[in-house]
Write a protein that binds this ligand. Structure first.
Ligand code: ME8
Length: 654
């Protein structure tokens, strides 16, 4: 039975490298929760990391002529530095390429195989040879490969399957018996109606074509399915099936898997089924949060390019406004469980209204007044009036209200509670008018009482803000000579001792001129976009094949051909079917140039062809060669032709 511990996880991130503020959302929420639970005195294990295997990485690395790890390592370093900028206090950063993780995945597969939950069968799908990809019937686009548009062939492949179908009734029961298991409620309906009601199909959990994965212990030709590999990180990090399962005993079942809503299905159906098969308890809760939207769609790198001037790069945002401001925006602005729109303007308005005006002003006015009237020494609290008691009561009840919100995982509500007390304190300044009291020597005790109340509210709010604003909270506590590592045992009014040193705190969140800043950001985004384009070009250049020898070149047979007939390929907008005379020979050739040449224009042209390519069928038409074209930056195509028209077809190109 686990006690006084809290195990919280983020999903492990794909090393995409195109990090944006949407990526920070899950991890910042988890960090606030992890810090909150640490301050409650619990033993917290906060796990995050990277999901590094799979076809995409394998291909990206291959295209660049480097190993998958050479491709991934710098991206992982980037992600770690992003977490460090945002003050993310994870206990472990796990990589699916870590040795202990790989070992654990293999043992999980073996255990499931031994118990009969993984069995060998046949997977049939549509295979695209050039892309080396297998597709299901529904994934095909007009019956062709959805990636390259080429013909696909029906193939059967030997694969291993996980008996997911067997677990559907138990998963439904899990939802019924544990309403807290999957939150928010709407996600349960999605899972039940879209997947579970119809019954589940067994899941294909091995690949032979993608080799950048974990080899299966019982069949080395097969590699793990990426999602089983990825989900297992939640157990491998605790030493599951290793010699040391101490952490597992302490932290499993996980208290919370926080995930974006698009991956709830994996966490709330496949994952509990695997755990049931392994004989382990399911996690206590899976929470599917909403997305940061931009222009109404999920913020993603491609969307970011389409929407003009929103700055979404976490490094730039932290550099301009500081990590606290970014954390605050993410934690406060997006209604928890729902989607929320991201714009630079909303971010700046939040910073100004809450952080610069409300919190910043309260702290700088309080510390400045104690400096001016009491030489930076905290005055004693005298006789309390009604207005003081009201503020004191609001501050005293604050911890309970914040905790209740955090128990519901609702950081926006928790922050709302804290900032409502900050507002009350600012209103208290207006009501008690300390600047007038300061002018009257006879009101000195009253002034002391007012400033003491303000100081206490600042301190209590700072303690409660620690999980959210990691830097500002420390600065505030320090200015009141409080221990920076003060925990939730110090949230009652009256702890500050008269005579304590109070240092004047300059504005912790300077006010931003929104109009000016938005104009600057627009220019910055334009600059960043230009820079962004360059590396792409460089990557293209890097992708260019390395030098080849004359022998390599000699392998390509190039000849002049004359087009004697040409027609459009039925059901294709891109393809033309040419009949090409090459010397004595006539060949059928298909080319993707229908957007640039009509069939009539093509007839009679002399062109250059690669004549020793393996024949393929494109849209059902045989192609026995490739006509060469030049392509400019806009994507326009122009045929290559011999400069002298009298050159005969069949002439060799050297
Ligand atoms: O899904 N708004 O990784 P990932 C909010 N490797 N959250 C967003 C977001 C946005 N606009 N864009 C991304 C994976 N995220 C898998 C997980 S776990 C065993 C394997 C969030 O890099 C997303 O919802 O695509 C997810 O929680 C996290 O970023 C990582 O996404």
């Amino acid at each position: 039975m686990k006690k006084n511990s809290y195990y919280i996880t983020t999903p492990i991130y794909y090393p995409s490298g195109n990090w944006h503020i949407g990526h920070c959302y899950t991890t910042v929420i988890c960090d606030a929760l992890a810090r909150f639970h640490r301050m409650l005195g619990e033993d917290v294990y906060f796990l995050t990391g990277t999901d590094e295997h799979g076809q995409k990485v394998e291909k990206e690395a291959k295209d660049r002529g480097i190993t998958p790890l050479e491709f991934i390592d710098p991206l992982v370093a980037e992600l770690k530095s992003m977490w460090s900028l945002l003050d993310i206090s994870y206990n472990r950063f796990i990589r699916t390429t870590d040795e202990d993780h790989i070992r654990c995945v293999q043992r999980i597969y073996q255990k499931l195989y031994d118990s009969g939950d993984i069995y060998k069968s046949e997977y049939s799908g549509w295979y695209c040879t050039p892309c080396e990809s297998m597709w299901t019937e529904t994934q095909l686009k007009d019956g062709k490969c959805p990636d390259c548009g080429r013909e696909v062939t029906l193939q059967k492949e030997e694969s291993y399957f996980f008996r997911l179908s067997k677990y559907a009734p138990r998963i439904l029961k899990l939802y019924e018996d544990n309403p807290e298991f999957l939150q928010p409620k709407s996600r349960v309906n999605e899972m039940v109606n879209n997947f579970l009601k119809a019954g589940l199909q067994d899941l294909c959990v091995s690949r032979t074509t993608v080799k950048w994965g974990v080899p299966l212990p019982f069949d080395k030709n097969h590699y793990s399915y990426v999602w089983i590999d990825a989900l297992s990180n939640y157990l491998s990090a605790l030493g599951y099936l290793s010699d040391d399962e101490e952490k597992l005993k302490k932290f499993w079942p996980a208290d919370l898997h926080m995930v974006g809503k698009e991956i709830v299905r994996f966490h709330a159906i496949i994952w509990p089924a695997i755990l049931m098969a392994l004989g382990l308890e399911p996690p206590k809760q899976v929470y599917g949060h909403g997305w940061l939207l931009i222009g109404g769609d999920k913020l993603s790198k491609s969307k970011q390019d389409a929407v003009k001037y929103e700055l979404t790069d976490p490094y730039e945002l932290v550099k301009r406004y500081g990590s606290d401001a970014i954390r605050y925006f993410l934690l406060r602005e997006i209604p928890f469980g729902s989607d929320g729109e991201y714009t630079n303007e909303r971010l700046l308005l939040r910073i100004n209204a809450d952080l610069a005006n409300d919190l910043g002003n309260l702290v700088s006015r309080t510390t400045a007044m104690i400096g001016q009237s009491f030489q930076g020494v905290l005055p004693a609290c005298g006789k309390k009036e009604e207005v003081d008691l009201r503020l004191e009561e609001a501050a005293n009840g604050l911890f309970g209200r914040v905790k209740a919100a955090m128990d519901r995982l609702n950081a926006p509500d928790a922050l709302d509670e804290i900032f409502s007390v900050v507002s009350k304190a600012n209103k208290y300044i207006d009501e008690t008018t300390p600047w007038i009291l300061a002018k009257d020597e006879g009101k000195r005790e009253r002034l002391g009482t007012v400033l003491y109340h303000l100081a206490e509210v600042c301190r209590i709010c700072a303690v409660l803000l620690k999980p959210f604003l990691t830097k500002a909270s420390r600065l505030i506590l320090k200015s009141f000579s409080c221990e920076e590592d003060e925990g939730f045992e110090h949230v009652s009014f009256g702890e500050l001792k008269a005579g304590a040193k109070v240092e004047k705190l300059p504005p912790i969140f300077p006010r931003i001129d929104v109009k000016k800043e938005l104009a600057e950001v627009e220019n910055l985004v334009k600059e960043l976009k230009k820079k962004d384009k360059k590396p792409e070009k460089k990557a293209e250049a890097e992708k260019a094949p390395a030098e080849i020898s004359i022998d390599d070149f000699a392998k390509i047979e190039l000849k002049v051909g004359e087009i004697v007939a040409c027609e459009k390929v039925a059901k294709s907008e891109k393809l033309l079917h040419e009949t090409v005379k090459i010397g004595e020979e006539t060949r059928s050739v298909v080319s993707g140039i229908a957007k640039f040449y009509t069939p009539e224009e093509m007839v009679g042209k002399k062109v250059v062809l690669v004549t020793n390519l393996k024949p393929v069928k494109l849209c059902g038409v045989l192609s026995e060669g490739m006509i060469l074209c030049a392509e400019d930056e806009t994507g326009k195509l122009s045929l290559l032709s011999p400069e002298k028209a009298e050159i005969l077809s069949g002439a060799k190109i050297r």
